[in-house]
Design a protein around this ligand. Structure first.
Ligand code: PLP
Ligand code: COI
Length: 353
């Protein structure tokens, strides 16, 4: 497929102060459309709003999927993408779950590289910053019947970002949610489907009102096993062993999660992927057997957990500080991403020569 490039005439001012997360967007975006059974009209164009008929499927039935990955620029001027192919492969899995036609992974990877290179001056370089990449697909059939759309828009927008949490690398507080559920087996929780996030908002607001940052979700059936967190997977250090919930069908298979597992295993640190009972975690925090908890995600990077709220009680984890395993994971994963450390796993794609 041909890729047209239409350059923006008026360029925006680059940000100078704190970036926050996902509030600033670059000058260009990638767009392609699906119609008559094929993707086409691929172009990099000026960043601009879409004009959509009020009847399009995405507005009514949430037929939408998205991804999140990042580009980094280091002091040598290298531009580096972290495992971007895995995001587009996961996007096709998500699409399959809600009847969105697959994209050509090689083609969109090339388009992404061109877009990031065009916007390379937007990639921030301070510690903890990156250019966040948000690919999305929305269903745009202007028809109210409930069926899979015949028309879609795929787009990629870019946003220079700092830390996802307002307090940066400071340990976060999580609230264990016992009433609402995020996902159940057979549902869409294993996929990056937009509707999952709408379903999570109510519990997220409750956690924030109680003074926490995000929700720690339990399984939908028994409310007994830990699944994941609002925007990250979760790891525990229990009795000196690193443990993370197994991917049982209702948990997002995080790319950072699998990278941390591979990293730890390469250092001889076994990671147990298994069912993790919330009681085991809470009793472990009380007895001292649970010495560390941390989350992993593209936006969240490696986020140490300093507090867990469970019912009326609040528990402090690791003295409210970042522990040894999360520090190591943070140092090594961000080191590989930015090029401060070698990349023995071949995760990074350097672009632009
Ligand atoms: N779980 C959820 C619900 C997420 O939204 C994310 C973020 O993408 C993750 C886990 C972490 O996934 P990844 O490491 O691929 O960013
Ligand atoms: C990511 O980490 O890329 C996410 O998509 C999480 C969140 C911002 C929804």
């Amino acid at each position: 497929m041909e890729l047209k490039i239409i350059e923006a005439k008026n360029k925006k001012q680059k940000p100078t102060g704190a970036l926050g997360f996902g509030k600033i967007f670059t000058d260009h975006m990638f767009v392609m459309e699906y119609e008559n059974g094929a993707w086409g009209n691929a172009r990099i164009q000026p960043y601009a709003p879409f004009t959509l008929d009020p009847s399009v499927a995405v507005f009514h039935y949430a037929q939408a999927i998205f991804e999140g990955t990042k580009a980094y620029k280091n002091e040598k001027g290298e531009i580096r993408l972290f495992r971007p192919r895995d995001n587009f492969l996961r996007m096709n899995d998500s699409g399959d779950r809600i009847c969105i036609p697959p994209i050509d992974v090689d083609f969109v990877l090339q388009a992404l590289e061109k877009l990031v290179l065009l916007e390379k001056d937007w990639i921030p370089t301070e510690n903890g910053t990156a250019l966040y990449i948000r690919p999305s697909i929305i269903a745009v059939d202007p028809v109210l019947g409930v069926h899979a759309s015949h028309k879609y828009i795929f787009f990629i927008i870019l946003s220079p970002v700092g830390a996802y949490y307002a307090h940066g690398l400071e340990p976060v507080g999580l609230y264990v949610e016992k009433e609402y559920v995020r996902a159940s087996k057979g549902g869409t929780g294993h996929h990056k489907v937009a509707g999952n996030y709408a379903a999570s908002l109510k519990a997220g607001e409750k956690a924030i009102a109680l003074g926490y940052d995000q929700v720690m979700w339990l399984d939908a059936k028994e409310h007994k096993y830990v699944e994941e967190v609002g925007s990250m997977n979760i790891f525990f250090v229990l009795n000196g062993k690193v443990v993370t919930p197994a991917l049982v069908g209702s948990i997002l298979p995080g790319i950072t999660r699998k990278s941390v597992i591979q990293l730890f295993e390469s250092k001889g640190i076994a990671v147990e992927e298994r069912l993790v009972e919330i009681d085991e975690v809470m009793q472990g925090i009380e007895s001292g057997a649970c010495t560390e908890i941390f989350g992993t995600g593209t936006a969240a990077v490696i986020s140490p957990v300093g507090r867990v709220g469970y019912g009326e009680r609040e528990y402090t984890v690791c003295g409210g500080k970042m522990g040894e395993y999360s520090s190591m994971a943070y140092r090594e994963i961000t080191g590989i991403q930015t090029g401060k450390l070698p990349d023995p796993f071949g995760w990074v794609k350097k672009i632009g020569g």
